[in-house]
Design a binder for this molecule. Structure first.
Ligand code: AMP
Ligand code: GLY
Length: 434
């Protein structure tokens, strides 16, 4: 069967790479993909169509007789790509627009959590900035988190130490309109303390297959310092969530969430990603995403042994229970993100990336591309090398018998790769080693 992957990041490179391993896959198209998916030998091919151009994507799927489309990022999901495909009887893996609200609206998410009695931070919602400021002025000089309701590319959350920071955040969202209409409503919530963990599950709305826990590294610099990013690295399994906690999370967080979505008339199919804070009172939900995390997807798919096409098809046909427990490589996987100088702030693009061939020779590693483009697109003399085209450029991923071995493999490959201004965190996965 022909498959289409939608998106262009490291997550989508990993999805294409994993899907192409299925004996069922003929050609795996990636729209629009990156230099890494373009360079994969064999079954994988890029298609120059934007991830939100639904009519063009639908035309392409019909023309190439594509039997399965897998959506990577949240934006097309929240804009209703699944509804558009289903209206044409096309098979697509992911939640529809109504269910994708779980990520697209933090207030919708909070209401589902309340309905399911799922542990989360205490919160208040506001549709006028001044009401939020009045609320903060009523004796609330304490750590508080201010969030824009809608999608803001991971930037609409402010973890504030005190009242004046919180008021400033409210103004940025509601008066300066830094996130546009995503800031029409805001959430103020209690700040939770603990280690963060990502627990992802695949569900068809009836059966839930929980994936091994993973941990992202959201802060830019070593020791979890510096500004927030899309994620500077990830690893799996993450010992911060042990067997017992994972069962607890399934029973008291994931199952009631899926039930609440069903009973609210917005049944969910696809990847349900719980961003959790492991507090002293137990795990609490910080947010839900409705897709694989990036970079969490890379270590998770390095470890997944079950055929990914089989999983997607079972979800679409509401028969995930037939797949049984998913099969995982026992080894650990660590993904180190290599980034452009200046990220997550402003950065330049277009630097040739050297050393990918040497990195490819390091055993038990895989370099997933994220923000990379083929040189021809930039018409620069770069010896035919791929060029940097984004802030997070590569996700260098290693497997090993222990987390330390996986880390060593990943960083050995990182050392082979260079471009002007390339940098990465040096401590990815250290939290896993006591
Ligand atoms: P979110 O997009 O809601 O996951 O928020 C992004 C990041 O902000 C999270 O990964 C946390 O690091 C932090 N965060 C969000 N909500 C809270 C909270 N209630 N308490 C502490 N940190 C939070
Ligand atoms: N790594 C966090 C995310 O994908 O949202």
């Amino acid at each position: 069967m022909n498959v289409l992957i939608i998106g262009s990041g490291g997550r989508e490179h990993a999805l294409a790479w994993k899907t192409a391993q299925s004996p069922k896959a003929e050609t795996v198209f990636v729209a629009p993909g990156n230099a890494g998916t373009a360079a994969e030998n064999g079954k994988i091919r890029n298609v120059p169509v934007k991830e939100t151009d639904f009519p063009a994507l639908i035309r392409f799927v019909k023309e190439k007789n594509i039997g399965l489309t897998i959506v990577g990022p949240e934006v097309p999901l929240c804009e209703g790509i699944v509804d558009a495909f289903e209206a044409e009887n096309l098979r697509i893996f992911g939640p529809n627009k109504a269910a994708a609200q779980l990520e697209g609206s933090k207030i919708f998410c909070k209401e589902i959590l309340r309905k399911g009695n799922v542990p989360t931070a205490v919160y208040h919602t506001f549709s006028r900035g001044n009401d939020a400021i009045d609320f903060l002025n009523e004796d609330r000089d304490m750590p508080i988190v201010v969030k824009a309701d809608g999608l803001a590319a991971g930037k609409g959350v402010f973890v504030c130490e005190n009242r004046s920071m919180a008021i400033d955040a409210v103004k940025r969202i509601t008066q300066n309109r830094e996130f546009g209409s995503a800031g029409d409503r805001i959430v103020l919530e209690e700040r939770l303390i603990g280690q963060e963990a990502s627990v992802l599950a695949i569900t068809d709305g009836k059966t839930i297959a929980v994936l091994p826990p993973a941990q992202d590294h959201k802060a830019a610099y070593d020791g979890d310092t510096g500004p927030n990013t899309g994620g500077m690295g990830a690893y799996s399994p993450a010992p911060v969530v042990d067997e017992k906690s994972l069962h607890w999370i399934e029973e008291y967080i994931l199952v009631p969430t899926v039930h609440a979505l069903n009973s609210g008339g917005t049944p969910f199919k696809g990847v349900l990603y719980a961003g959790l804070m492991m507090t002293k009172q137990g795990p609490k939900v910080l947010e839900y995403n409705v897709r694989f995390g990036d970079p969490e997807c890379q270590p998770l798919l390095m470890r997944l042994k079950t055929d990914f096409i089989d999983i997607c098809e079972a979800v679409i046909d509401n028969r995930l229970e037939e797949i049984g427990p998913l099969d995982w490589d026992e080894r650990s996987a660590v993904c180190v993100v290599m980034a452009s100088k200046g990220y997550p702030g402003n950065y330049e693009k277009g630097f040739p990336i050297r050393g990918l061939d040497e990195a490819a020779k390091i055993p038990n590693t895989k370099v997933f591309h994220a923000g990379t483009v083929l040189a021809a697109e930039h018409e620069q003399n770069s010896d035919g090398l791929p060029l940097t085209g984004g802030g997070r450029v590569l996700g260098v991923t290693g497997l090993g018998a222990t987390v330390s071995e996986a880390k060593l493999a990943a960083y050995t490959a990182v050392k082979c790769i260079r471009w002007d201004g390339a940098w990465c965190r040096k401590d990815i996965s250290d939290k896993a080693v006591p």
